[in-house]
Design a protein around this ligand. Structure first.
Ligand SMILES: Nc1ncnc2c1ncn2[C@@H]1O[C@H](COP(=O)(O)OP(=O)(O)OP(=O)(O)O)[C@@H](O)[C@H]1O
Ligand code: NI
Length: 353
């Protein structure tokens, strides 16, 4: 139905849009049946923008990102619907060779487990130099590789460049994987939990690095469990639950007025002492209607059945959308929003009003 997403309107002016994902659907077929891992996801990423995907474990964040450039194991995963446009080019219709070129050049991916992204039989330097464009001479490429390792905070980069992955700690492998991802100067960096398994000093450094990238016009699609990392980096947040995006909007707007009952629960579960929301997906997420309704304290009869509720604008904020019947035209969202006051996750600098 064409009215599935009546509001908010386009998140990016067309000229500024780099990535545009529309009604993406990815199934995963297991022995126990088919999981709708991504179930009608739409969003955009603008040039130089950082968009952050948050949501509990199993909500479909990684599968969403891996669906974009075809790096899911097929089978068991199968992109069954939707469209993905990158700079005007349809990625779901691109062939393997086109996708391989885009991944080597314009879209870089940092995976959730960095060790698996590195090849154990080549040194870190060989892998970096290979990723650096052919325009460089061998010595210039090595110099650039050392600089990249310094940028991601590898100490003694000029000697550690000759190490093999097994000589690096988990955190260092993660940083090396980020360096390799940056080697091609991508227009879009997709980073899945890039700051886990590193200590706070390195985390701060990586946050600086990612922020610097967007200053230079690179776009970042970031998955993180850590709302502090999201607060430090995101222009916009996408909140996922049960393979769907339940809420979206500018960072400060979402932190100030989390509208969806799930976002409120996620922010509440996030206390100052734990660095990640510790919610883990239930196995019995409904596959129709509002996916969150079984856990929702505001659930009503209209939450059952049919499509996911449309994304409604919250108040007069066209850029803040929430997929919840309580924000539809005939509903009074006041009780849901009242709960939001207590659900603010972390102060995003300075005083809130
Ligand atoms: N290779 C696979 N085989 C079977 N099921 C899978 C596979 N990969 C993902 N899934 C399932 O797809 C759903 C979405 O998983 P996904 O990895 O995208 O979650 P996530 O939001 O990234 O979680 P996390 O924060 O734990 O990384 C989950 O139910 C997961 O169990
Ligand atoms: Ni994941």
């Amino acid at each position: 139905m064409s009215t599935r997403h009546p509001s908010p309107g386009p998140e990016q002016a067309e000229s500024n849009r780099l990535l545009s994902v529309n009604d993406l659907r990815t199934d995963i077929r297991t022995d126990q049946g088919t999981i709708r891992a991504v179930d009608g996801v739409s969003f955009e990423v603008g040039r130089g923008e950082t968009v952050c995907l948050v949501g509990e474990s199993g909500s479909g964040k990684s599968v969403t990102c891996r669906s974009l450039t075809g790096i899911l194991p097929e089978p068991p995963a199968d992109v069954v619907g939707g469209s993905v446009e990158f700079d005007g080019q349809s990625l779901l219709e691109a062939d393997d060779e086109q996708l391989r070129r885009i991944r080597g050049d314009r879209i870089a991916h940092v995976f959730q487990s960095p060790q698996s992204a590195l090849d154990p039989v080549y040194t870190i330097g060989d892998q970096l130099v290979e990723a650096i464009t052919i325009h460089n001479t061998a010595s210039a490429a090595r110099e650039r590789a050392i600089n990249l390792l310094r940028r991601v905070g590898i100490p003694r980069a000029d000697s550690r460049i000759d190490d093999y992955p097994h000589e690096f700690s988990g955190g260092m492998c993660q940083r090396a994987a980020i360096a390799i991802a940056l080697a091609s100067d991508p227009e879009l960096l997709i980073a899945d939990e890039p700051t886990t398994a590193v200590d706070v000093t390195v985390q701060a450094r990586l946050i600086e690095l990612l922020r610097g990238l967007t200053d230079d016009g690179t776009s970042v699609l970031l998955i993180t469990h850590d709302l502090r990392v999201a607060a430090a980096l995101a222009d916009r947040l996408l909140v996922m639950y049960g393979g769907t995006i339940v809420e979206r909007g500018p960072l400060e707007e979402l932190f100030d007025r989390p509208a969806h009952p799930y976002t409120q629960a996620l922010f509440e579960s996030y206390t100052g002492c734990s660095s990640r929301g510790d919610r883990t997906a239930r196995r019995d997420v409904p596959t129709a209607g509002c996916r969150f309704r079984a856990e929702c304290r505001h659930a009503v009869d209209t939450c059952v059945g049919g499509e996911q509720p449309p994304s409604y604008a919250v108040g007069d904020r066209e850029t803040h959308g929430v997929s919840c019947v309580h924000y539809g035209p005939d509903r009074d969202p006041t009780p849901v929003l009242a709960d939001a006051a207590a659900a603010r996750p972390v102060s995003t600098e300075g005083d809130d009003d």
